[in-house]
Each structure stands twice: as C-alpha cells, then as structure tokens.
Design a protein around this ligand. Sequence first.
Ligand code: HEM
Length: 421
Amino acid sequence: MSSQVTLDESSLDSLDVIGPDTYMKHGYPHAAWKRLRRESPVHWFDLPGGVGFWAVTRRADLVWISKQPKRFLNATRLAIFEEGAPPEERDVRHLLNMDPPEHPKYRATASSWFTPRAIRSRHDEVERITRELLDEMAGDGEWREADFVDDLAAPLTLAVLADMLGVPREDWRLMFRWTNQIAGSADPEFQTEGGDGSADAGMIDARDGMFQYFMALSQKRRTDPRDDIVSVLARSTIDGDPMPVMELLSYFMLLVIAGNETTRNAASGGLLALIENPGEFGKLRKNPDLVDLASEEIVRWTSPVIQFCRTPIEDVEVAGKSIKARESMCLFYPSANRDEDVFEDPDVFRIDRSPNPHLGFGIGEHFCLGANLARLELCAIFRQLALRMDEVELAGPYERTRSSFLGGVKRMPIRYRLRHS
Ligand code: HEM
C-alpha cells in the first residue's frame, strides 16, 4: 500500500466511515467526512480481515474519477463491504459492475424507458398512485398515525417500478420481500435463514427466487411481448446475440433494488428533514411550486446511495496521494454533497437551494439511469404533502437501516393531519 500518511493524518485512521453499525446507530458520519475533506481528502483505511480502501470525500475528486470510466473501473469491486461482498452480489453482472465498451451497450437496451420524455409520460400515473395511497392515510382533519415508509414510500416506489417492468399486481408483495431481503443484506431485520440455516443462504434464496421469477416472466414475454421493460430486455440483443441469461437476470435485479430502496429512503429522509426543519416545510406549503428544488435538496441531504467503488488500472496521483493500480477507491456521495468548497452552508437543509450541483445520482458514465423517475416520484409525494398535510410530527423514534452502502430511514412512525384529495 502506497499511502504517504503523515503523523497528523494517522489520527484519522480511527474514524469509522464504513461500519454498518455506525450508520444504524448514529446516522451518516458527517463529522468524520468533514475532517477527511479538510485534512486528508483521499485517505487510506485498513479493513479488519479484508482489503482496505481509499476514502474519496471531496466533490471535485469524485467528479474527476467518475468521468474517466476507462481508467477507473467499476467491475473490479462494486463497493466496500466491511463484512465482505454480500452473497447476492457474487457472480451477478449488471450495469454497475460493467465497464466500457460493454457498459454502454447494455445501458442502451433499457435507456429509452428512462429518458425525460418517457418519464414525463408516466406523470399522471405516478400522481394517481400517490394520491390514492395518501387518501388511504387521510382523515377528516383529525390526527392520525401511520408509518410513512410502510404506508407511502415503499408501496409507491414498488408500484411504479413493478408496473414499468410488467410485473402483475398480485406479485408486487413478493417483489417487495425479495428487495428488502437482498438490499438490506447487512440488516438482521431483513435476514431470513436459507436451507442451511445461515443468513447468507437466505439472501441467495431471495436472489434465486427473484431470478426464477424473472426467468419465467421473460420467457412469457418473449413470445407474447407487452409494453413493458421485461419484454424489451428479454428480446434485446448485444452485438447481434440475445442478452446472456445471467446479464438479463442481473439487470432485473438491479432495476428492482436501485428503483425501490433509494427513492424510498429519499422520501422518508426528506419528510424527516421537513419535520426537523418546520420553517422549510412552511415555505413549501406556502409555495408548492418549489417542489422541484426541494426534491433536489432532499436527494442532496439524504444521499441514499452512500458509496460505490472505482479501481484504477494504473498508478495514479489523486489529491496528493499515490494510488497504486488495483487499489480500491471508495467514492462517498453524501460527503461530496456536503463539500464546503461547493455548497454554501452545506449542513443546512434549504428547500430552495439553487444552484444545487449535488452528486446524489452520481456523475459520468454510470449516472443514475432512474434519476428522472426518482425526481418524478419525489415531486409527486412532496407536492401532495405540501398541499394536503396540515401538520406532521414524529410519533415515536425512527429507525435507520444497518448499511454503509444504501442508507436511510427504514421505519418512521408519524402523527399527522392530512386532508383527502
Ligand atoms: C433518489 C433515488 C435514487 C438515487 C439517490 C440513486 C442514486 C444512484 C447512484 C449514486 C448511482 C451510481 C452513479 C454513478 O456511479 O455515477 C445510480 C445508478 C443507477 N441507478 Fe439510481 N438512484 C435513485 C433512483 C433510481 C431509480 C428510481 C432507478 C430505476 C430503476 C435507478 C436505477 C439505477 C441504475 C440502473 C443505475 C446504474 C446505471 C449505470 O451503471 O449505468 N435509480 N443511482
């Protein structure tokens, strides 16, 4: 390992920016990232029992690395997992662990479903689902209680994505269970035992269940195509041949997980931020047209994707550190989103922040395919809340997911007064 760690910097080594327990108990380690940005913006951390990593914490460095996809690869290591790569990520091959020239070919197969125009055409449907879910939560002006994640954020994101994929309504619950089990792999709450009694096997069972499901659905859609993503991918070709089976199934898994967990966490974290900053909620209620800016600020503030990794193919110097080829570089998006060189008062939640060049959706070759969809869903939720929710507060303690990869609030009991639409 080639770090040029000075004596001063060694005191940074004890900071914990990767332990999932830290994230669950204390939330994102913003104080640690702040120190790193200031004192050692590219900093080496050893991992007990595993290969260490460079923590990259400044926005400019994240951008510089992400924009050179041939020099800094995704395939070598997807992200840093303190307890080793989760079982469901072993052997899979999806956009996030592909590199050029393969990656753009795969990305192109689904991208027409996610263009601004394609997503705009889903506007009415997303508004309708949001309104219906909120109507179920609403009363006649009296105080009510609900869990914001279970009753709104989770079913909304699931319904929108399952519909786009072409998963029949009766199977949505199944999809929900698999995503929770797979994406919450470090979280004991979502772990189930597999055939051999271990949590790892439980995760593999969930992944295999999802794979078998999509295998059967793809076969159906190949002969009887509909206007949905499963039909498009099942019939797609790469260099003239049908997309290989593992790549096809991994694609579905990526869409289901990336499409559900992230937006759900942005929504719950966004409402939490509004509850904790009532003045900002007041601003939004007074002027619901601020919802586009507010949604961007919510993504900056919550940064549901915590990190992805890049691996340089050659020795390289970044922020004064000599990185050896094949050493992992961990890009911390929530840290870039609080970079004081870029954001004024980065630790202040401000719904009308503009400009807001956050990296919540990443940047460059792998920029989030679903960013427009996520924005549409967040705007639908927060516009409706601004128009209809007169009062809201926490009805008990909220709980965070045990993960340093996809983070957020997984349970949030609220008490509120919400009007029918
Ligand atoms: C607030 C919600 C979301 C956040 C914060 C988020 C964040 C991200 C981030 C940080 C990346 C990696 C970008 C990079 O490496 O530069 C990514 C990639 C991706 N996201 Fe999202 N995402 C969200 C919602 C969605 C939705 C709704 C979908 C829809 C299915 C989606 C699908 C994907 C896919 C397929 C990729 C891989 C793109 C590639 O490698 O080319 N995401 N997302």
